[in-house]
Design a protein around this ligand. Structure first.
Ligand code: ATP
Ligand code: MG
Ligand code: MG
Ligand code: MG
Length: 458
């Protein structure tokens, strides 16, 4: 089953259960200046959940474009390392605004997975928040899931909150078992870090309002917010383990291989490039442009990572922008705005590639030289020089070093930066140093699991 069909089936299923289909909102949240990027389906409904906005419907479903790179939700460091994380992905979601609650949410999810998609029940694992007896009872006694594949979890993974105060509540997550060929233990176990059991769907039950004393008060009208990654459920349906093996990604990987003249389709750099072209093209479509701070700096960091992977594959000329037509072909049907922005996207990318090309090669020589010195950690001075003189964002340097098992002295980097600022100030000169501590990262909204990824911007 193709990804586009799964997206379609999901929306049709929830429409047939009284949900209004709402289109994806842009990646730059219109209602929340404190949030870096739209990172979940619920973002465009935040005010509805808070009771500050009214809609003509109480049930909605969407396929929301999301970016998790920077801010509290930062999966950038996972790309190229796990089978399941992207910087850009699509989140399928169904929402109840004070309408149905746990029973229906669980029934809908189970029916969609096991009846509509016909996923064998024995491949699915269920987690609930440890104290949530109500959800446990529905799963075990009404749905009848096997207790052997049911886990109570008492960590923040299964308790969602919008912020330090406000709506919050327990979650129930559904995992798919990719089988014994893949390493990793079941959810909640000590070996759960592996990729055998992959979380596909998170059901959030907004049940309480947390006051400023930290006390929980029941919400008069509990709500539901769910999210399922389209790429992860596509991997399940296409019987592949990694998201990068699904139809949508394979087309992009082939395109990247063609453009970079790469024979080995399993080369990790192709995956990273395929991931990054989606994030970059959609960010530019939604109005972000590369810059030295805020959202634009996140975009610049992703573009430069992609360029460096191209360089690794032997590309010395701009290549990344040439993927834009291929991306439009694979995703333009679902996102016509992408096609409309095609030329602008390509020209912004090309410009950024030309700009970085001026310093990339020289910077790589400096870095290669330092990394070949049998060191455990790259010193902060060199990392800062790469940043300041050659336009290497710190996370790019760290990513390259990580491939050799070498870390970066980030404290030393910050010291070098502070020293340079001080010198500039002393000389009463205007400093052109790029601002790292951009305000866009100071997000108040924590998404699903703020505690899970304290995504530090490097
Ligand atoms: P994980 O624990 O695997 O990082 P998560 O708990 O952070 O996932 P949620 O915040 O619960 O994810 O998001 C809801 C769903 O969105 C997940 O169940 C998953 O299917 C999907 N998802 C989350 N992050 C990503 C990502 N970086 N790339 C692709 N899909 C994702
Ligand atoms: Mg999780
Ligand atoms: Mg989750
Ligand atoms: Mg996560």
């Amino acid at each position: 089953m193709k990804s586009s069909e799964i997206r379609q089936k999901f929306l049709e299923f929830f429409e047939s259960h009284g949900h209004t289909i709402v289109s994806s909102s842009p990646l730059v949240p219109g209602n929340d200046p404190t949030l870096l990027f739209t990172n979940a389906g619920m973002v465009q409904f935040k005010d509805v959940f808070l009771g500050q906005d009214q809609r003509s419907y109480t049930r909605a479903a969407s396929s929301q474009r999301c970016v998790r790179a920077g801010g509290k939700h930062n999966d950038l460091e996972n790309v190229g390392y796990t089978a399941r994380h992207h910087t850009f992905f699509e989140m399928l979601g169904n929402f109840s605004f004070g309408d149905y609650f746990k029973r229906n949410a669980i029934q809908f999810a189970w029916e969609f997975l096991t009846v509509t998609l016909k996923i064998p029940q024995k491949k699915l694992w269920i987690t609930v928040y440890a104290e949530d007896d109500e959800a446990a009872d529905i799963w075990l006694n009404e749905i009848g899931v096997d207790a052997a594949r049911f886990v109570r979890i008492d960590t923040s993974d299964n308790f969602w909150q919008m912020g330090d105060t406000g709506p919050c509540g327990p979650c129930s997550e559904i995992f798919y078992d990719h089988g014994p060929d893949v390493a990793g233990g079941p959810p909640g176990s000590v070996t759960a870090e592996g990729d055998r059991y992959i979380e596909i769907w998170n059901l959030v039950f907004m049940q309480y309002n947390r006051d400023s004393n930290g006390e929980l008060h029941p919400l008069p009208k509990p709500s539901v917010d769910t999210g399922m990654g389209l790429e992860r459920i596509s991997a399940v349906m296409q019987q592949v383990h990694s998201n990068y093996e699904i139809d949508l990604f394979q087309e992009l990987i082939k395109a990247a291989a063609r453009i970079t003249n790469t024979q080995n389709l399993n080369d990790n750099s192709l995956k990273v490039i395929a991931d990054h072209i989606r994030a970059c093209a959609f960010l530019i479509t939604d109005g972000v442009i590369p810059s030295s701070e805020g959202r634009g700096y996140v975009l610049r960091r992703i573009i430069r990572r992609a360029i460096r992977h191209g360089y690794r594959l032997g590309q010395n000329e701009p290549f990344f922008y040439r993927l834009v037509p291929d991306l439009s072909r694979t995703m333009g049907d679902a996102y016509p705005e992408l096609i409309a922005a095609n030329e602008r996207v390509a020209s912004v990318l090309k410009q950024e590639e030309e700009r970085f090309a001026e310093t990339l090669e020289h910077g790589m020589q400096v870095l290669e030289n330092a990394l070949s010195q049998k060191i455990k950690a790259l010193d902060g001075e060199t990392a800062f020089r790469l940043y300041d003189t050659f336009g290497f964002p710190l996370d790019l340097t760290a990513d390259i070093a990580r491939e050799r098992g070498i870390s970066v002295d980030t404290a030393g980097f910050e010291q070098a930066m502070a020293r340079q600022r001080e010198q500039a100030r002393a000389a009463n000169k205007f400093t052109m140093t790029e601002e790292l501590n951009y305000s866009g990262d100071q997000t108040v909204f924590h998404g699903y699991d703020a505690l899970q990824h304290e995504g530090k911007i490097l």
